[in-house]
Ligand binder design. Structure first.
Ligand SMILES: [Zn+2]
Length: 306
């Protein structure tokens, strides 16, 4: 999902001490961050040293060990303190790395806090560009300027591997999908993936065409993971509960069905509004969501290039 980038916290003392100065300035189209006091961070153990954290915003992945905590995404700034408390419950090591799956504020909102506390932030080069648009006049699409401490300090184009906490952690950019800077993270030994927002379990995805995303890339991302999956594979989606390859396969099939239908309408010269009016998801909405319009428009725009 997308929200504008804004931090409402400042670090006052020590890596884990944060104080709320004022929240509510940034309200995304889907998730406000005015009040996070009700949010609880839930920790799901995948292995004794590998976890999924759920709070509000994008799901978090966490590898812990003697080398230090390796975090995948960090939700919203007002949740940093709670996220650090959840991490402290499973390790006494600090957060050394933060890997952002893409630039959206519900996945990078904690960057500034964690960056100031000493974590190294890593992301695809286009995440850096979209969080730092002042430097890139040619940047197409929406984005917001992030504070310096929130910016990635290491970027990659195709992918990068970490050898950390006794694991090989493989990070791959599969092409334009949810945005133009998505990363899929694979923990091969644990047979675990974190797909960021290329996977919304059980519902229509948000495809951020304005940030360079496209439906074909989302399908490619699903296929990338399915090709590397086995029966026991566990998949952390960007949003929704921990998933299996079967959940991802159903999602991929839904995407392909809608893509095919919309492509047919586009080939017949239908406009975007006509495609929406044709209801190409009609029989799918009961399962995948009652409000398919945003998704259908994104599929149309992916294919028609408008
Ligand atoms: Zn997103």
């Amino acid at each position: 999902m997308r929200t504008s980038y804004r931090s409402s916290f400042a670090r006052i003392a020590g890596p884990a001490a944060f104080v709320l100065l004022g929240a509510g300035a940034a309200v995304g189209p889907l998730t406000g961050q005015q009040n996070m006091s009700d949010v609880e961070i839930t920790t799901i153990e995948l292995e004794s040293d590998l976890f999924m954290l759920m709070g509000r915003g994008g799901n978090i992945g966490l590898s812990v060990g003697d080398d230090g905590a390796f975090l995948i995404d960090d939700q919203f700034a007002p949740l940093t303190e709670k996220i650090l408390a959840a991490i402290a419950a499973v390790t006494d090591q600090p957060v050394r790395w933060v890997l952002n799956t893409h630039w959206h504020g519900d996945h990078t909102g904690g960057n500034e806090n964690l960056g100031e506390a000493g974590a190294m932030i890593v992301a695809h080069e286009n995440v850096y560009r979209r969080m730092n648009p002042a430097e890139f006049e040619d940047l197409v699409g929406r984005s917001g300027q992030a504070p310096r401490a929130a910016l990635p300090v290491v970027t990659f184009d195709e992918g990068v591997r970490f050898h950390w906490n006794g694991r090989h952690i493989e990070v791959t950019h599969v092409g334009v999908a949810h945005t133009d800077g998505d990363a899929i993270v694979h923990f091969p030994r644990a047979n675990v993936f974190h797909m960021g927002d290329t996977f919304f379990r059980g519902r229509y995805p948000f495809i951020d065409v304005d940030s360079g995303g496209g439906v074909d890339g989302v399908i490619a991302a699903a296929n990338f993971v399915l090709e590397r999956s086995s029966e026991g594979t566990r998949i952390i989606p960007g949003h929704g509960e921990l998933a299996s390859p079967e959940h991802l396969r159903e999602y991929r099939d839904m995407l392909e069905t809608v893509r095919l239908r919309v492509a047919g309408l586009v080939a017949n010269g239908r406009t975007e509004d006509q495609v929406v009016a044709a209801g190409p998801t009609g029989d799918l909405d009961a399962v995948w969501g009652e409000n398919p319009e945003r998704f259908v428009r994104a599929v149309y725009r992916s294919l028609a290039g408008s």
